[in-house]
Design a protein around this ligand. Structure first.
Ligand code: PDD
Length: 277
């Protein structure tokens, strides 16, 4: 595991954050997870652009410079030396005496952690996984990738305790996204996924899937659907940097479609994997 703290390479054991870091006290920070396949970053520009967008949303000045961050990410992956690497970036508003209002003139805290990406078990992609639905108890700005993930962690833990892989958030029956993934359904040969508004994170993988659909004449619509439509779908799948394209074969105990990964899901998986080459 390679760690860079505020631009400096540090041993894992010596990578320490001040006790009053605002990331620790308030969850006042942003993060990204980026993958490198065979040493090459996968759509890194989009992840860095999203980080910059998020920073604007929360009035965070990325004082270290995005080019500097990109350089360090590349260095970390090279030094890591694994074929497939997962890079975690976190930026916080820095450390200062605890008060809610933003402190002035303090530098961001920023870390880059690169480690081998072991990926999910192959069988998940081959035979599909199961999900539960949970009420979405998050705030109203889910488009910002903040480190405030307690609601997501609780949802994921509920899924685990139910023997499921992912928890799917809904608000009043309207399906939003997974605890750490976006959700798609297929109905009558058409893809549906929640519009990229304040209720979901506009996933990079989600965007790539829509581009693949475009290129292969698969119709799609970014419109809301409810739990009944989810359970009644021909196919369901999740998308995300770590999740990739994950077929869902059961939700809340109800079998989806034929109970095996669907044809369109399979096709999207194949096209997605080709992009990684
Ligand atoms: N999760 N929605 C949520 C709530 C997420 O946390 C994620 C990503 C996604 C998918 O976004 P993308 O395709 O850009 O990875 C959607 C990251 C990987 C995580 O928390 O580990």
């Amino acid at each position: 595991t390679i760690v860079y703290l505020n631009g400096q390479k540090v041993d894992y054991e010596n990578a320490k954050i001040p006790v009053e870091d605002r990331g620790f006290l308030f969850g006042d920070g942003l993060y990204e997870v980026i993958h490198a396949y065979d040493g090459r970053f996968f759509y890194m520009d989009r992840h860095l652009a999203r980080l910059q967008d998020g920073a604007k949303e929360i009035y965070l000045n990325l004082d270290f410079g995005i080019d500097n961050l990109e350089k360090i990410c590349r260095q970390a992956v090279d030094e890591c030396g694994f074929a497939d690497t997962s890079v975690y970036i976190q930026v916080t508003r820095g450390a200062a005496e605890r008060q809610h209002v933003f402190p002035e003139n303090i530098p961001c805290t920023w870390v880059v952690i690169a480690r081998e990406s072991k990926g999910n078990p192959e069988e998940f992609y081959e035979t599909g996984i199961t999900c539960i639905t949970v009420p979405d108890e998050r705030w109203n700005r889910c488009n910002i990738k903040t480190v405030q993930l307690l609601a997501n962690c609780i949802a994921k833990e509920k899924a685990k305790r139910a023997g499921s892989y992912e928890a799917i958030f809904h608000r009043g029956g309207t399906v939003n996204e997974g605890a750490s993934s976006n959700v798609f359904i297929v109905k009558g040969g058409k893809l549906f996924t929640h519009p990229a508004d304040n209720r979901i994170l506009n996933g990079i993988t989600r965007g790539i899937v829509l581009e693949i659909a475009d290129a292969n004449n698969i119709p799609y619509s970014e419109e809301v659907f409810n739990i009944n439509q989810l359970l009644d779908a021909d196919e369901v799948f999740l998308t995300g940097t770590t999740t990739e394209i994950m077929p869902v074969v059961k939700v809340d105990g109800k079998i989806i479609g034929d109970g095996i990964p669907g044809k369109i899901t399979r096709m999207l998986q194949e096209k997605y994997n080709n992009l990684k080459q």
